[in-house]
Design a protein around this ligand. Structure first.
Ligand code: FAD
Length: 490
């Protein structure tokens, strides 16, 4: 009898447990596990630098779990799969679904071609609790607003994690594969050194982080999650993005948490955040233009300033607003930024500096280890006010009062803006108000050791509100010109 040879095509599911594609592939006589770096098909949304660092280490970890048999390729996935199927007489190809628009189009073509060749091609859901098409309004149309979406999400039943394959069939290798280092995922400059003390990519570490969150931090999640110095959040986002742990696993484990009212509140709040992740994918699936196009069309006429100098000051964490600078430096140094601070830094860029949200999203895309087309795009549109369910444009975070509220002891600022560390809390959030002798005692000359505020908060707020008012009355011809200046998507 002829042998059945299966390919398991790993993508954003870099794990062995609860991996339905691997489970299916492991049922056959021989298994060829592959990873394809397909930058050409991704084009403008090819992975950013920080994500590549993560991917390298995550693939290394998966390869070691597969006893060194993961086969690496670089190029057009459809061509590579076609050639592999021919070379090895492959009978089955399995993968887990991704929802980025470019991947949906490409995967659909690949599936059609494989099926036409008589090869069994099958995809599964491994990264979402609910498929984006599984939740609709009663008239069949997609939700635009989170709260009613969430209500439906909560009443749907959620699948349990799948089993881990008990036995692996014999694992095949391919002579045309390249090495992991040939994928050239690591940055040539030593920028990523700062990631190492904070992160360990790979399935084993994802589970370790999750366990430590359940044991030590979930009990303070609801209260603590807004305080960047408290480290009450899970830090799971890069692990989830690369599929090193599945949301089904998280949901199942959460069923066994505590039982007190506080436990329930913490658990529910955490599930709500997972639902925001799901909702981001939902929006991307139903509005595939999400990464580059304002979902509220009136924002096509917004007079963004497109000022490279302002953008650069923000990127470098040199705005003169300590919490904004701490966030931007955390991002650069660790590949991560706390959620509350993401909202504040993003609001500062799009509202106080009136820079196009797409230029901020592009910077995050390059610097975040958890850079995720769905969550990044949906969150930026949310902050900018141009998304389907967005913070109103007129709600402008004040980075000083936010700082006093969410980093009252200044620990977060002192960690990432050490030049201000010696200032007392009273002035740490607003160093420009500190008396000269105090600044001198703290060893700070404003404008030399730390910048003066780059803009006035009240004036920039008023200018942002004026600009917002103007987009409702702009002439269509003017609008066309302004729309043409848009920063290209990511
Ligand atoms: P926790 O609080 O522990 O939450 C658990 C999980 O829920 C997270 O790992 C994440 O998967 C999900 N989650 C939590 N909050 C959100 C949210 N608001 N939207 C979507 N999912 C959420 N998240 C990304 O994963 N990738 C991004 O590229 C990304 N870009 C963002 C850009 C901006 C401007 C903003 C405001 C938010 C962005 N987020 C992004 C959402 C959020 O900031 C991160 O998911 C969160 O900070 C990750 O930290 P955590 O794992 O400790 O979260």
């Amino acid at each position: 009898m002829s042998q059945e040879i299966a390919i398991c095509w790993f993508r954003q599911d870099l794990r062995i447990s609860d991996n339905p594609a691997l489970l299916a592939a492991a049922e056959h006589d021989q298994l060829l596990p592959i990873y394809v770096l397909d930058d050409d098909s991704a084009d403008e949304v090819a992975m950013g630098g920080a994500s590549r660092w993560w991917l390298h280490h995550s693939l290394q970890s998966l390869n070691s779990d597969l006893i060194g048999t993961l086969q690496f390729f670089r190029g057009d996935a459809s061509v590579i799969l076609r050639e592999l199927c021919q070379r090895h007489n492959v009978t089955h190809v399995y993968w887990n679904r991704c929802y980025e628009p470019w991947r949906i189009d490409r995967d659909r073509e690949i599936k059609t071609e494989l099926l036409e060749q008589g090869i069994h091609a099958e995809s599964f859901n491994a990264s979402l609790l609910q498929e984006p098409w599984a939740i609709t309004k009663t008239d069949g149309s997609p939700y635009k607003v989170f709260t009613p979406y969430y209500r439906r999400f909560m009443v749907q039943s959620h699948a349990a994690p799948k089993a881990t394959p008990r036995f692996m069939p014999s694992l095949l290798e391919d002579s045309h594969s390249c090495s992991l280092s040939d994928l050239e995922l690591l940055p040539s400059i030593n920028w990523a050194e700062g990631f190492k003390p904070h992160w360990q990519p790979g399935e084993k570490w994802a589970h370790k982080r999750w366990r430590s969150f359940l044991d030590e931090r979930l009990n303070n999640y609801q209260q603590g999650r807004d305080f960047p110095a408290k480290q009450s959040v899970s830090g799971l986002s890069p692990h989830l993005h690369f599929g090193e742990i599945s949301p089904r696993q998280l949901l199942q484990d959460l069923q066994y948490v505590g039982g007190s009212d506080t436990d329930n509140d913490n658990r529910e709040h955490f599930i709500r955040e997972l639902a925001w992740r799901e909702f981001s994918y939902y929006l991307l699936y139903h509005w595939p233009d999400l990464p580059g196009k304002n979902l509220r069309p009136e924002f096509d006429y917004f007079p963004w300033q497109h000022d490279e100098t302002l953008l650069r000051q923000w990127q470098r964490g040199m705005t003169g607003y300590p919490l904004v600078d701490a966030g931007m430096r955390e991002l650069w140094q660790t590949g991560f930024m706390h959620n509350r601070v993401r909202m504040i830094t993003a609001s500062f860029l799009v509202k106080n500096l009136r820079q196009d949200w797409r230029s901020g999203a592009a910077w995050f895309w390059d610097c975040l280890l958890d850079a995720d087309l769905a969550s990044n795009s949906a969150s930026w549109q949310w902050v900018a006010g141009c998304g389907t369910d967005a913070a109103p444009y007129f709600r402008i975070f004040n980075p000083v009062t936010q700082s006093e509220k969410f980093d009252p002891g200044g620990d977060y600022i002192r960690q990432y803006v050490p030049e201000l560390a010696a200032l007392p809390n009273r002035y740490l959030h607003r160093p420009w108000e500190a008396p000269d002798d105090l600044l001198a005692q703290a060893g700070i000359t404003l404008g030399k050791d730390y910048p003066h505020p780059m803009i006035d908060l009240a004036e920039s707020r008023a200018a942002a509100l004026d600009a917002f008012a103007a987009i409702k009355t702009v002439e269509p011809t003017v609008a066309v010109n302004q729309a043409a200046q848009k920063v290209s998507a990511l």
